[in-house]
Structure formats: C-alpha cells, structure tokens
Design a protein around this ligand. Structure first.
Ligand code: DLL
Length: 432
C-alpha cells in the first residue's frame, strides 16, 4: 500500500536530481532571506549556484540547536510572520526553548508526509486512530492529527493523559490504531490489567509509536500485551515534527522521506561521512520547508543507514531505529552506554517488568551505575537465594552485552513513575 507511489518508489537517479534542484532552491531562499545563513555562506564563500552534485552539500555550514536558541524566537524564519500560520515549540530539557513556524504550504506538506507514514505502517481510511500524543506546542499531537485526517481515517484527538478514559474511549469508539510514545503504550497496558480489561477484546490492530528511543524487546512486549502491530516513526520539531521517517509493515528500519529531507550520517567528532552501514550522527537538510528551512541540522540522534532493498518496494533509504541521542549517551567508567541497551537486556529476562530507571553516581572519582528494575510480585517475594540468582544473571548479561558493570536492585511493581509522554529513564547524579 502506497500513499504516493511515484515518490516513494522513485529511481535513485531521478530522486537525486530532484533533491539537488530542491537543495539549490532552499539554499537560495535561506541565502536571501535569513541573515544567519547569508552571513555563513559569505564567510565560507559558498557558491550553491555551481552545485552539480549532492556531494557539494559538504561545503555547507552546519546548524546547531544553539543557533536556534541564539536566534529565538523568529531569527531563522525565511518568510515574514504574516505568512506563518502555525507555531510550535520544543522546550527541551536544557537551555531555552526553540520556536518553529509553518506556512500554509508547510502544513500541507507536513500532513501529506504524515499520511504517507501512516499508510506505510498499514493504516487506511477505515481505521479509527486514537491520538494520545500531547496536543499543544509539542508537534506530536497536531502532526499526527493532520496526517490521520489527510489519510481519511476517523481521528480521536484525545491527547495524552487520563489513561482510564483513554481505555474507555478505546473500547467504546472501537479504536483500531493507537498513536503515542512507546512508554505510554506500556502504561496503558498496565492500566488495562488494573481495570480488568483484556486487550484481546478491543479492536486494536496497529500501534504507531515514536518521539523517544525504544528497543526491539520493547516492541515485542507492547505487541504481545496489546495485541497489535507496533511500528516506529521518527521526527523532530526543528525539522518538522513527526513525518520525517517511519517503518513499513516489514518492520526493518524506518523509510526516510528523502524527497523532502536530505539525510547524512556523519562521524560526530570529525563530521565526515561514516562508512556505509556504520552508526553516526544524523544530519538533516530540509528540502521543501518554507517558513523554517534548516541546512545540515545536527540532530544528535545516532543511527545508521540499512543496506539492501526493502521487500515493500519503497526505494527510499532506511535508517535503523534510533539508538539514542548523543547527549543521552552515558559515559560510565569510560564506556558509552545508551538506555536502550539496558532496556534490551531487561526486557529479555523473565520475572522482570518493563519498567526501569538508571541511576549514575560518582563516589571518590569512581562511577557507580545502578539499575532499578520492577519485578512482579512472585519475583519480589522470592526467597533470597532465587532473587540473588536472578540479579546475578541480569548483572552478567549487562556486563557482557554493554561492557560495564551495573548494580541491580529490584523494586516492587508499580513503584517507578510512569510516563504519558517521553520517558525519563536516567537520573545522573554526577556533577560532570
Ligand atoms: O518527538 C516529534 C515526534 C512526535 C516524532 C511524534 C514522532 C512521533 P521533539 O519533541 O522535538 O519532536 O523531539 C525530537 O525525539 O531528536 C529524537 O531524539 C527523539 N525521537 C523522536 N522520534 C523518535 C523515535 C518529536 N522514533 C527528538 N525513536 C529526536 C527514537 C525519537 N527517538
């Protein structure tokens, strides 16, 4: 099933020609209308008129989150505010907020690309889509909403929170597709258990999850518990919001909407392209956005291009699920650790619940990382010997798969905070 087959299955040569033309036009636009880029292009003597291949992209400057903050609120807009019909903002966990804007055309493109991603995940106009992302300055709610309407599905704009009511509505309205963060989907599964509702009795078929990193093990957990096909979709507010990339029903990587976004995977240190198939930082150039185009935006998200063709027939390049953000990467005793790696180990072990927290401390200049993991009642009240054995098994697997030792502590079911939006997995108490 395709939304725009001619675009999704375009030959590489034709696609690259389109990307080059769009790149030149966006460079002209920002070079003319955005002082920040005009100055950078002048300094670096960028002559985009003479670009003959996409490799010329490498002469262009990068844009960083800090540049967005320095130009807060409207400094990077490429159109007058009069042409902007929507604003969104990302608060971020550190530093000032950033603001992004959309023209009418941008909203149109955005809706279309999200519809593409929904269709790619198997949804049709027959679906009843419950959007449990926050509506507001966060791009998740409105982004998915407009896309789902464009698809022609029946949209339930319930927003995040009020979990009991979510489940009631899911039952009454016969929701077939749930859209939220993966951690919120798990919270819903817990709540259903408490309410004595069997997910098998609901009409759920699809779950479209995104906005935070999650593991393959978590996908299995959610799919099994909610009885749905779970796919991953990716985006970020700076670049548009949801709609940048999404999985098809093959579930083997996220197809990038390459006719609208030019993606590079670079070595975060040298900023040179990573060899094919290796993990690096994703850098994105928007090719069609009018109000808020970005050139070589450093997302900090780490992933790699997947080799080979997808059996679904789409020719767009696929990226692997996001491993994490380079700023979420913990360095524990010098070893790089992503919360998703810990998650993969925990979710694979019987007796533990899919809820965990990682606490990092430093004592006498030595790092100590502790994983708090919820365990079911039976495990929690196991005799000491059995508990020890399970803890040792988890420790052994964490050490062998991640390369650094963790303390592991069991906590009772339902003691760790649950999340309705993006989960906060790490508490870093070190003053680094
Ligand atoms: O999270 C946009 C979005 C909404 C995407 C709904 C998908 C669904 P921001 O709040 O600006 O925008 O956060 C963007 O979230 O740089 C990634 O680090 C992370 N992220 C988003 N999607 C995924 C994903 C929205 N599928 C930041 N897997 C990005 C892993 C993701 N991380």
């Amino acid at each position: 099933m395709f939304w725009e087959k001619d675009k999704e299955c375009m030959g590489r040569e034709e696609l690259e020609q389109l990307q080059l033309e769009r790149l030149q036009s966006v460079l002209y636009r920002v070079g003319t209308h955005v002082p920040f880029y005009r100055q950078k292009f002048n300094e670096l003597k960028v002559n985009y008129d003479s670009f003959t291949s996409l490799d010329d992209l490498r002469s262009l400057p990068f844009t960083m989150k800090q540049d967005l903050r320095d130009n807060y609120p409207y400094g990077l807009f490429a159109v007058p505010l009069r042409e902007v019909v929507r604003l969104h903002s990302s608060s971020g966990t550190t530093g000032n907020a950033t603001v992004v804007g959309y023209t009418k055309n941008d909203i149109n493109t955005w809706s279309n690309l999200v519809a593409r991603i929904l269709c790619c995940a198997g949804l049709t106009e027959d679906d009843v889509i419950q959007i449990a992302f926050g509506y507001g300055l966060f791009t998740g709610g409105f982004g998915l909403h407009y896309g789902a309407e464009r698809l022609g599905a029946s949209v339930i704009p319930i927003s995040a929170g009020n979990t009991k009511r979510q489940i009631q509505i899911m039952q009454d309205f016969k929701t077939t597709a749930l859209v939220c963060t993966p951690s919120y989907a798990l919270k819903m599964a817990d709540e259903m258990m408490d309410m004595g509702i069997n997910p098998a009795g609901l009409s759920l078929k699809f779950g479209l999850f995104g906005a935070e990193p999650w593991s393959e093990a978590m996908r299995r957990e959610i799919s099994d518990r909610l009885g749905l096909k779970a796919t991953d979709n990716y985006g970020l507010s700076e670049v548009m919001g949801p709609g940048v990339a999404g999985e098809c029903t093959e579930c083997n990587g996220l197809h990038v909407n390459e006719d609208h976004f030019l993606v590079e995977i670079l070595d975060p240190q040298t900023l040179e392209p990573m060899p094919p198939g290796e993990i690096g930082e994703m850098v994105i150039t928007t090719l069609t956005k009018e109000a808020f185009p970005l050139i070589r935006y450093r997302t900090r998200d780490l992933t790699r291009f997947l080799p080979g063709d997808c059996p679904c027939g789409r020719t767009s390049r696929r990226i692997e699920r996001i491993l994490g953000r380079s700023d979420d990467m913990l360095i524990i005793k010098g070893v790089n650790v992503f919360p998703t790696q810990v998650e993969s180990v925990l979710f694979d072990i019987d007796g533990t619940e899919p809820h965990y927290r990682i606490i990092v401390e430093r004592e006498n200049n030595v790092d100590r990382a502790t994983v708090l993991v919820e365990v079911n009642e039976t495990t929690f009240f196991h005799e000491m010997k059995k508990q020890r054995a399970l803890i040792n098994e988890i420790k052994r697997r964490l050490t062998s798969e991640i390369g650094v030792g963790f303390e592991v502590k069991f906590v009772e079911e339902r003691t760790l905070e649950r999340f309705e939006g993006k989960a906060q997995r790490v508490i870093d108490k070190r003053k680094l």
